[in-house]
Design a protein around this ligand. Structure first.
Ligand code: ATP
Length: 199
């Protein structure tokens, strides 16, 4: 596998048009051969505060979202590995199994300032380059001490929380996720009850 790989990790609960646009924008802007949408098994930064949907659902919805899109692919490494999902483990596994070197890790601007808190941040800093993508509501700042670039895209003001909230209220989500994801959410009855907080 070529080294121009983008690793775009997330909870994807559910994947929305902002995720897909972000991945496609980074691929084009950085000339990447592929962007992997890596579904977190246990998103340790989110799971203590809310109940996360089963990984199998999140994986299926990401696969449905990228189907037919050039250069975007779902990656199930973290789900197969199990346990808490750390990007450094994924980077090392891709290096070992696919020969991926010096990949880009793609994060929205809301996450750029958290990188130093990630597992084994010092090793990660040496092994990856960071693409910080603009996202409404978070200033676009480069993380200090990382090899990083800032990318500005057509900001889509959409989040998974917003999709979950709309489903809970019985509102339309057809402009926020793909038709296949709408069908998946309906068929599995996802988000019909409040998942955030203690409920
Ligand atoms: P939640 O609302 O549940 O917190 P989320 O919409 O932030 O979820 P995640 O799956 O947690 O979605 O995000 C994965 C990655 O995608 C993160 O790097 C996040 O910053 C980025 N991202 C999510 N939505 C957007 C968006 N609209 N524009 C740019 N980046 C985004």
């Amino acid at each position: 596998m070529a080294s121009s790989i983008g690793i775009f990790g997330g909870t994807f609960d559910p994947p929305h048009v902002g995720h897909i646009a972000a991945a496609a924008h980074c691929r084009a802007a950085l000339g990447l051969s592929k962007v992997l949408l890596v579904v977190a098994n246990d998103p340790w930064q989110k799971s203590p505060s809310r109940r996360v949907s089963p990984a199998a659902d999140r994986l299926a919805m990401v696969a449905e979202s990228v189907e037919g899109l050039d250069g975007l692919a779902v990656c199930d490494l973290e789900v197969r590995r199990g346990g808490p999902s750390f990007t450094i483990d994924t980077v090392e596994e891709l290096a070992r199994t696919e020969g991926v070197e010096d990949p880009w890790v793609i994060v929205g601007s809301d996450l750029a300032t958290t990188l130093d808190t990630w597992e084994r941040a010092d090793e990660l800093r040496r092994k990856v380059r960071i693409a910080v993508l603009s996202r409404p509501g978070s200033p676009l700042v480069l993380p200090e001490g990382w090899r990083a670039v800032a990318l500005v895209s057509d900001d889509l003001d959409v989040s998974s929380s917003q999709v979950r909230e709309r489903v809970r209220r019985g509102e339309e989500i057809g402009n926020l996720v793909t038709p296949a994801v709408v069908r998946h959410i309906e068929a599995r009855g996802l988000y019909a009850r409040e998942l955030d907080g203690t409920a």
